[in-house]
Design a protein around this ligand. Structure first.
Ligand code: ACM
Length: 513
């Protein structure tokens, strides 16, 4: 059993020295930054602390004093050399956060953020909290269990303003999540500008579910999202969902349909009726579309991954599906990126080596989901776990509360409501036989937005349950202490409140004002 302290996700090793004198951040405190990338991480951290405290907090070279924070990047600092690992020491001699990489240092500063009073999240210079800007005397040696930990946001059923996406990135970074997967296209909307196929957005972005209007991200919008995420060591994983879930694309380009007739834009919620066309008469247009779209998306993507969908292609024959998936995945791989597909894509035995599968069946795998998922491993790839009955955070809460805009939110198809405990008590490496610790790349909590129309509603569904998914992805395997987790979620809630995030006040969590 590990001792979690007060941080979410629980660090691998943490000792609270309760009777030792805490560190006290003061007017004269500085950040002494040393090593590659340390100064940039220090600036990101300092910007927050300056806004909250009014302190100058200069980022400097030199020898740290007892009132200073030392941020160090150097070989041999992280536990076991883990890329995202870090060590943190806090006490009356100062604070030292150290890692082998700038990324590890950044993760360490998220623990430091949670060790400070929650007022540290406030953007306006607030009066100091009662006990001052203290950090309890603590020793941490930490590294993640899985490398890929994220949230998936469906911007196709409803689209969200860029500023809201930037805030969401900052909020999930607090939980040491390192991926935001954007589900950019679906039947109801195409949300990313593609210059070589301009009608994808001119026509395909005109609708959302329920007549909410349209919208899309220009390339400059998207670059802003990618850059803001990169500063927080979050990778944006773009998803273009193919060959099904393509009504928006087909409505813009009839040459992609088998009958040559553009379907009307779609505002409903049922899916499984649209498909790219596998027919040889459409091969030129379809392959040009695949090459152009994957190239333009890859050009916007510094990260290694390109998600190309593959789920619920119910209007594609089995034979056409295999043909299209082979061409889709080959187009993706030709950009130099590693392709990710929902687990159905494992039906193909012609995936580019290393293609990653994303599992979205249940904790008890249904039908052929386990075999389809193992197929990625058999082809040299790994697996992202998103079991829908515990990790789909658009599933309703058990108390079915009205959301922040007064509407009831969420779906029930994945075995009904999902509680905080259900989101917490599952093990990614024990679901699909043959997909164990080494084969699991990570975990993702999707939020599909059929019923969700604003970022406040997205956050209401995520917080607090996404804390459970973050801990499943980061913290060591082993027995889970639900009571301790719930206490730490209450502490996290104060930080989220101070950030202005929307948090559902679930009963059973000892929320503090
Ligand atoms: C999915 O939920 N269709 C991946």
């Amino acid at each position: 059993m590990f001792v979690p302290g007060r941080i979410v996700p629980a660090p691998a090793v943490v000792e609270s020295h309760d009777d030792a004198t805490p560190f006290r951040l003061a007017e004269e405190s500085r950040i002494v930054a040393r090593g590659p990338g340390a100064a940039a991480v220090a600036e990101t951290f300092a910007a927050r602390v300056r806004a909250a405290t009014g302190f100058e907090l200069p980022v400097v070279d030199g020898e740290p004093a007892a009132s200073d924070l030392a941020f160090v990047v150097a070989d041999g600092e992280a536990p076991a050399g883990a890329a995202e690992g870090y060590a943190l020491e806090a006490g009356d001699g100062g604070v030292r956060v150290a890692a082998d990489t700038a990324e590890g240092l950044f993760r360490g500063t998220q623990s430091l953020r949670q060790l400070l009073p929650a007022e540290i999240e406030r953007a306006d210079a607030a009066s100091a909290p009662t006990h001052g800007w203290t950090v309890p005397a603590t020793s941490i040696a930490d590294a993640p269990r899985f490398a890929y930990r994220g949230v998936m946001l469906d911007v196709a059923r409803h689209v969200f303003p860029v500023e809201d996406v930037l805030d969401l990135i900052d909020r999930i970074a607090l939980l040491k999540l390192n991926v935001l997967h954007l589900h950019l296209t679906d039947d109801q909307g195409w949300r990313l500008e593609i210059e070589s196929w301009p009608a994808l957005t001119r026509i395909g972005a005109s609708t959302s579910v329920g007549g909410a209007g349209g919208g899309f991200y220009t390339k400059d919008d998207y670059r802003r999202i990618v850059a803001h995420a990169a500063e927080r060591f979050v990778t944006i994983v773009p998803e273009i969902d193919l060959p099904g879930h393509t009504n928006a694309a087909l409505s813009a380009y009839p040459e992609l349909t088998c009958d040559g007739v553009a379907p009307a834009p779609y505002e409903g919620v049922e899916v499984g009726f649209s498909s790219l066309c596998a027919s040889p008469e459409r091969a030129e247009a379809t392959d040009r579309f695949l090459a152009d779209v994957t190239r333009e998306v890859a050009e916007l993507t510094p990260g290694p991954w390109l998600h190309l969908g593959g789920d619920e292609s119910l209007a594609t024959s089995a034979e056409d599906y295999l043909d299209l998936v082979r061409r889709i995945a080959a187009a993706g791989a030709a950009t130099g990126k590693t392709v990710i597909g929902w687990h159905e894509m494992g039906a193909s035995t012609e995936l580019p080596p290393g293609t990653v599968g994303q599992y979205w069946s249940f904790v008890e795998p249904e039908a052929d989901a386990a075999a389809l998922t193992r197929s990625f491993v058999e082809q040299g790839g790994r697996v992202i776990m998103s079991p829908a009955d515990v990790a789909y955070l658009d599933m309703r809460y058990a108390d079915d509360p009205p959301g922040p805009l007064g509407r009831r939110l969420g779906q029930g198809w994945a075995k009904g409501p999902t509680t905080l405990e259900e989101a917490y008590l599952w093990d990614p490496a024990s679901i699909v036989p043959g997909v164990g610790e080494r084969e699991v790349l990570g975990v993702v909590a999707p939020v599909w937005t059929e019923t969700i129309t604003a970022m406040s509603e997205v956050e209401f569904m995520l917080f607090p349950r996404v804390a459970a998914i973050a801990e499943v992805g980061w913290s060591p395997a082993g027995p889970r202490d639900v009571d301790g987790f719930v206490d730490r979620v209450a502490a996290l809630g104060r930080h989220l409140d101070a950030l202005g995030a929307e948090v559902h006040r679930l009963r059973g969590v000892p929320w503090r004002a």
